[in-house]
Design a protein around this ligand. Structure first.
Ligand code: SF4
Ligand code: SF4
Length: 146
């Protein structure tokens, strides 16, 4: 992340959601929970399958880990980053997420357009399929409803 909007509140490192059963990390988008990342985590609370954790390297809202893992070095880079309330990156990530959603909505509009053409031109099915692949890529984030 080039822009530095961090206000050093430490909330992102004190409220990390993970699904330990499926080994998913909901930090910078949906990531695989690695063993290295897991060993830093201190579970705090659990809601359904999601365990909210703090990090053992967080001291007085400051990271004390001299070897931050990649997940932390680039956070928040994904439009799907899990941002705590009041995070300084909220506006930037919100606009990135809106851009992705707009792209998906445009692809859906085009699919409707090409479906209307399908009767006379069967080659447009390939375009529809390509669009659908992109839409499906974001399915885990809810693209079906955008
Ligand atoms: S929640 Fe946002 S503002 Fe707070 S420390 Fe994390 S990145 Fe910085
Ligand atoms: S290693 Fe540092 S940046 Fe990463 S979660 Fe822990 S305290 Fe936060």
């Amino acid at each position: 992340m080039n822009e530095n909007f961090c206000i050093k509140c430490g909330k992102c490192c004190n409220n990390i959601p993970v699904d330990l059963s499926s080994r998913m990390l909901f930090f910078d988008g949906i990531q695989t929970l690695t063993a290295d990342f897991e060993q830093m985590l201190i579970p705090k609370s659990k809601t359904n399958n999601i365990t909210f954790c703090s990090c053992k390297y967080l001291d007085n809202n400051i990271c004390t880990n001299p070897n931050k893992p990649e997940e932390c070095r680039i956070y928040p880079s994904s439009p799907f980053a899990y941002l705590p309330e009041d995070c300084g990156y909220y506006g930037l990530i919100f606009s990135k997420l809106e851009a992705v959603k707009q792209h998906i909505r445009k692809l859906k509009e085009e699919i409707i357009h090409y479906q209307a053409l399908l009767k006379s031109d069967k080659t447009v099915q390939r375009i529809i399929d390509r669009h659908q692949v992109v839409i499906n890529k974001y399915k885990i984030y809810g693209s079906e409803n955008w």
